[in-house]
Design a protein around this ligand. Structure first.
Ligand SMILES: Nc1nc2c(ncn2[C@@H]2O[C@H](COP(=O)(O)OP(=O)(O)OP(=O)(O)O)[C@@H](O)[C@H]2O)c(=O)[nH]1
Ligand SMILES: [Mg+2]
Length: 250
């Protein structure tokens, strides 16, 4: 059985592009790597999926039939997929044929975080790659929040979880833009603003640090650009290390 890694995260953060880049990299390292598409509403995929949830569910039909919006339809499809023996068997068969199986999921965190009984993620994955983009990582406070979010997810899914910031090719621009915008909003000069921190935010940061200490996390946040294929080697290495936590030291 393959080492199964689920890429999860909000819409448009680059899960699909990263799955493609990571599969290409792992393949070059000699690992037989496949990507499963678990997004029933995916339009175009850069990879040829070894398993495709669209063969089992049509998001538009589910929306029409049950009078649901896109989010509601996704939730319904995933709840059904978690009990769909035929589809799960097909996914298991695909996993049996490779070393690494990357599961590219639909853009939504709540789908997994707020799942009730019979959760899908622990059934289809051995590890989780929590993907965010440059927008979510523009400051130290953002990073702390991401680590806390990652820790909460690890507790929820009971799966080793790695947080990765994608689109770092855009990160510097975002950081610079944000600082300028916030300085303007504060009515202070850029240099004055850059040297200061808001007291309220500091208090929140400290609480988050306490929380992380309490749950004993040593969260690591990796940075990649799926687009420029930078940081992918480090990510693959970190995933290998995570694999040992899954109980496999091969
Ligand atoms: N600049 C930049 N753009 C990226 C990067 N990775 C992905 N993108 C772009 O971001 C957009 C969304 O990428 P996807 O890979 O479809 O993101 P996703 O998370 O799979 O999106 P959903 O499946 O809709 O949730 C596309 O236009 C990608 O080309 C990156 O590293 N840098
Ligand atoms: Mg996608």
């Amino acid at each position: 059985m393959a080492y199964r890694i689920a890429l999860i995260g909000g819409g448009g953060v680059g899960k699909t592009t990263l799955a493609y880049a990571l599969a290409g990299h792992a393949g070059k390292q000699g690992l037989q790597t496949s990507v499963a598409n678990l997004d029933p509403a995916a339009h175009r995929l850069p990879y040829e999926p070894c398993f495709d949830l669209r063969k089992y569910y049509n998001a538009r039909s589910v929306m029409r039939e049950y009078k649901l919006g896109p989010g509601g339809a996704l939730k319904k499809i995933y709840a059904d997929f978690a009990k769909n023996a035929g589809a799960l068997r097909a996914l298991d068969s695909a996993a049996a044929e490779c070393d690494w199986l990357l599961c590219d999921t639909a853009g939504s965190l709540e789908l997994f975080l707020l799942e009730g009984r019979a959760p899908l993620l622990p059934r289809v994955a051995d590890a989780v790659l929590f993907v965010v983009d440059n927008e979510a990582a523009a400051s130290e406070s953002d990073l702390l929040l991401l680590k806390a979010l990652s820790a909460v997810q690890e507790l929820k899914y009971a799966l080793p979880t790695l947080c990765v910031i994608n689109k770092t090719d855009l990160l510097e621009k975002t950081e610079a833009k944000l600082v300028v915008k916030r300085a303007k909003g504060s009515g202070r000069s850029l240099s004055e603003f850059a040297g200061e921190r808001c007291g309220g935010l500091d208090a929140v940061d400290e609480r988050l640090r306490e929380l992380l200490r309490e749950v004993g996390r040593r969260e690591r946040v990796l940075r990649v650009s799926a687009w420029e294929k930078s940081g992918i080697d480090e990510l693959a290495g970190a995933l290998r290390e995570l694999k040992c936590e899954c109980g496999d030291s091969s």
